[in-house]
Ligand binder design. Structure first.
Ligand SMILES: [Zn+2]
Ligand SMILES: [Zn+2]
Length: 369
């Protein structure tokens, strides 16, 4: 980005194409652009022309209708770059699929290429109407996924920011510790040297070499102890950093199933919605009251049972006629599912095969012995 002074000097000889006033006459003049047509004009022109509502662009040959609230300051010196950045931002905002939403890396790359193509078409004004229609359709069909991904992006940006601040603080702390260490080292060295000198001064000439050797040893010991301490701190910090990066892994997204309907983006991962869970069935599909050969009726005509039913002495004791019906019918139909011949023949067949097996085993056992 150009420096503040540089921009000012460049704007000095700029003239508003609408009112022809220049910065030379009006040093506080600010230029604004509207992303509708990117024609530049001064702030006072914008106030004058668009304050009473939307109006058409005053630049000759431009018939775009502009609104005041969309005017803004220019970020880039080149208006073409400004326009491309705007278009890119808008398209990226809509086509914000993430890599984990695609079947393969190849499909994701195709999507990126397709997005670049769309941006290029809009920037170079090729098939603008068709591309815009596609974009609008996609945006409508994938509203939910677009919103989800935007939220994710924001979340990532904030967590990245937080991580950056944390790292900066960490680095600052490390620098401070290093400075303190350096200071203390210097102080110790100084003190050691003074001590050494004073001992030399007070001692005899014979002690001199011994004192010198000892002083050197003490200094060495101190510095090595400090170094191991530093290593320990450094290792601890590295471990901390490792756990930080592990914790802030990228979260996986969920997306809506409508992604494939417009057909704009291909290769999106199919999202399977899990089947709704069936209610719990304790009998595993068995209906306790269901019988294969009959259905239990509410009542059966019988002179004897009808009399019993009317008798309060019987019903007071808790006698339930339904129980009686159920049991009687079960007993009556009990043998219907059994086919004695089949069962017997199966049993006979088992009898034939079994002895051979046991015989074989017996023979093997005998052989082994
Ligand atoms: Zn003007
Ligand atoms: Zn214009």
């Amino acid at each position: 980005m150009a420096s503040k002074e540089g921009t000012d000097r460049r704007d000095d000889d700029e003239v508003c194409p609408v009112c022809k006033s220049s910065r030379y006459l009006n040093p506080n003049m600010r230029f604004l652009i509207n992303p509708e047509c990117y024609h530049k004009m001064c702030e006072s022109c914008v106030d004058r022309i668009f304050s009473s509502g939307p109006s058409s662009c005053p630049v000759a040959g431009c018939r775009k209708t502009l609104r005041k609230n969309r005017f803004r300051k220019q970020t880039f010196e080149d208006i073409g770059v400004e326009r491309e950045v705007d278009i890119r931002r808008r398209v990226m905002h809509i086509l914000n699929r993430r890599e984990e939403e695609f079947d393969s890396k190849r499909n994701y790359d195709d999507f990126l290429e397709q997005r670049e193509e769309i941006i290029a078409n809009l920037v170079l004004r090729i098939d603008v109407a068709k591309t815009e229609a596609q974009l609008q359709q996609y945006a409508q069909e994938n509203m939910q996924s677009i919103r989800n991904n935007q939220a994710l992006e924001e979340q990532e940006a904030t967590s990245f920011q937080a991580r950056m601040t944390l790292e900066q603080e960490e680095a600052q702390r490390r620098r401070q510790i290093a400075r303190q260490e350096y200071e203390s080292e210097r102080r110790e060295l100084h003190a050691g040297r003074e001590d050494f000198l004073s001992r030399l001064a007070s001692g005899t000439a014979a002690d001199a070499s011994a004192i010198a050797k000892e002083g050197h040893k003490v200094l060495l010991k101190k510095s090595s102890a400090r170094r191991s301490e530093e290593d320990r701190i450094r290792q601890k910090q590295a471990a901390l950093r490792g756990s930080e990066t592990k914790r802030t892994g990228t979260p996986l997204t969920t997306a809506d199933t409508a992604g494939t309907s417009s057909g704009l983006i291909k290769g999106l991962r199919k999202i399977k919605t899990p089947e709704p869970e069936k209610p719990y069935d304790p009998f595993m599909g068995l209906v306790p009251e269901k019988r294969d050969y009959y259905t239990l009726q509410q009542s059966y005509p019988s002179a004897y049972l009808d009399n019993l039913q009317k008798n309060t002495q019987v019903s007071a004791g808790g006698y339930n006629l339904q129980e009686y019906y159920s049991r009687t019918l079960l007993e009556a139909f009990a043998g219907l599912g059994c086919f004695v011949e089949e069962e017997v023949s199966r049993r006979e067949a088992e009898k034939v095969s079994k002895p051979t097996a046991t015989e074989g085993a017996a023979m093997a056992a005998v052989k082994e012995n």
